[in-house]
Design a protein around this ligand. Structure first.
Ligand SMILES: NC(=O)c1ccc[n+]([C@@H]2O[C@H](COP(=O)([O-])OP(=O)(O)OC[C@H]3O[C@@H](n4cnc5c(N)ncnc54)[C@H](O)[C@@H]3O)[C@@H](O)[C@H]2O)c1
Length: 399
């Protein structure tokens, strides 16, 4: 019993995921940073096999994960040689890396989008892929609204679609042709928050989790906001910013990519407090020497009893990519569980804990400690009433 994974975007997050998994399997590290490491999930972390990876950076295509990891990681420890088995193949570009310093090419430069989708599907089928994980560079993407609009956009050449949309479409088609599978969207492009994607996934019997993995300061902010809400303290304002030195932060210096991040991070304030306290929550800058260990600062002002004004300050240095990699160890296993349960579309109790902007559309971001309880109930098979997280009841389809 294994969970066979394809990775989109052989960058830092993917590398920490693959290297960490192999070190775990070899008994070199524990499963710290994996929330459900010891849970009742039917799959253990050692059951995960990454079987292929995709990238569009010319310097990565055609190499293997071991070679890429040797370039990216410098933690003084040996890179597991088993990563030599993971080929980095050419993905679909759709101009994700436009404006960045990287030279890129994709299947879409060599063939039309429908042929590129067929190519991916064939490659996934021959490797018996169960779950596809999206950790490509942050990119701009708009919701499509209906499955029909999604199909038409692909058939029309996909000109306005993001690479994430094309990959998500390929997974839906793969599910129809070769059996149900799942897509984990760890980046901000709205997929689990797009009714068009969810409708297509419902029709094609596929699962999507998303959007944007909740790591670093955002889940901490969410839990602190819940703390304020439960004590009926009135938050006056929140400032939270990040500065990092990895290529993800470099990409975020492009305004449209930063706007995507800001959207997923800011939705937590209104969702948790029930009012929109003035806030500034976004990645603010790139400073190379910080590397992957980003600097986070947070300042929250709030009103306590008898008109007292309190202030909270948090400063942190947080390793960015390993945090998301640890969550992926759960997400790929949960994705296979969702497929076995036959719950097509998306699963709010999973997204609410792991994602910054949990789908489906209309559902609130909640504090992660609240999300954790919801997640555990879903894993144990409880029927979870989600009415309080949305204006209308959420119906979990099962077949
Ligand atoms: N804690 C975190 O690090 C964290 C948290 C939440 C979300 N994310 C998201 O995860 C993603 C990856 O982060 P990272 O630090 O690994 O970035 P990275 O820049 O190290 O890696 C991204 C990789 O994706 C590749 N890529 C770009 N466009 C592609 C395409 N169309 N198809 C295939 N590959 C493509 C790039 O060449 C690069 O190798 C980002 O979108 C980021 O927003 C990261």
């Amino acid at each position: 019993m294994s969970v066979r994974v394809a990775i989109l975007g052989q960058g830092l997050v993917a590398t920490h995921f693959e290297v960490g998994l192999e070190r775990f399997k070899a008994g070199e590290i524990g499963a710290h940073g994996v929330p459900l490491a010891d849970s009742i999930l039917p799959y253990k972390p050692e059951d995960i096999d990454v079987v292929v990876a995709y990238d569009v950076d010319e310097k990565k295509i055609g190499r293997n994960a071991y070679e890429v990891a040797r370039d990216l990681l410098d933690d003084g420890r040996e890179i597991p040689r088993t990563l030599k088995d993971i080929d980095v193949r050419m993905g679909i570009h759709m101009e994700t890396l436009k404006g960045t310093p990287f030279k890129a090419k994709g299947l879409d430069d060599e063939m039309n989008v429908e042929e590129a989708v067929d190519t991916l599907i064939d490659e996934w089928r021959s490797r018996r892929v169960d779950v596809v994980v999206n950790v490509i560079t942050t990119e701009h993407g708009e919701p499509l609204g209906t499955a029909e609009a999604f199909r038409e956009a692909v058939a029309g050449g996909g000109a306005n679609l993001s690479a994430s949309h094309i990959y998500a479409y390929a997974l839906a088609e793969y599910s129809t042709r070769h059996g149900s599978a799942a897509f984990v969207n760890a980046i901000p492009t709205p997929l689990a928050n797009d009714d068009g994607v969810l409708e297509l996934y419902g029709q094609n019997r596929a699962v999507v989790f998303g959007d944007d993995g909740a790591t670093g300061a955002t889940p901490l902010t969410a839990d602190l906001l819940e703390h304020m809400a439960e004590r009926n303290r009135k938050v006056g304002f929140i400032v939270q910013f990040n500065i990092g030195g990895n290529t993800d932060f470099l990409a975020l210096t492009l305004p449209e990519k930063n706007a995507m991040k800001e959207l997923t991070k800011s939705s937590i304030v209104d969702d948790i407090l029930g009012y929109d306290a003035p806030h500034y929550i976004k990645p603010t800058g790139y400073l190379k020497p910080l590397g992957d260990k980003k600097f986070v600062a947070m300042h929250m002002d709030y009103l306590s009893f008898n008109g007292a004004r309190d202030e909270l300050y948090v400063f942190a240095r947080i390793n960015d990519s390993p945090a998301l990699a640890g969550l992926l160890v759960d997400l790929v296993r949960l994705a296979k569980v969702a497929v076995i349960k036959g719950q097509w579309g998306t699963i709010y109790p999973v997204n609410a804990f792991y994602m910054k902007r949990p789908g489906p559309p209309g559902y609130r971001s909640i504090a992660k400690n609240v999300g954790y309880e919801l997640l555990k109930r879903w894993v144990s098979g409880d029927i979870v009433d989600l009415t309080e997280f949305h204006g209308t009841p959420f119906v979990e389809s099962s077949s």
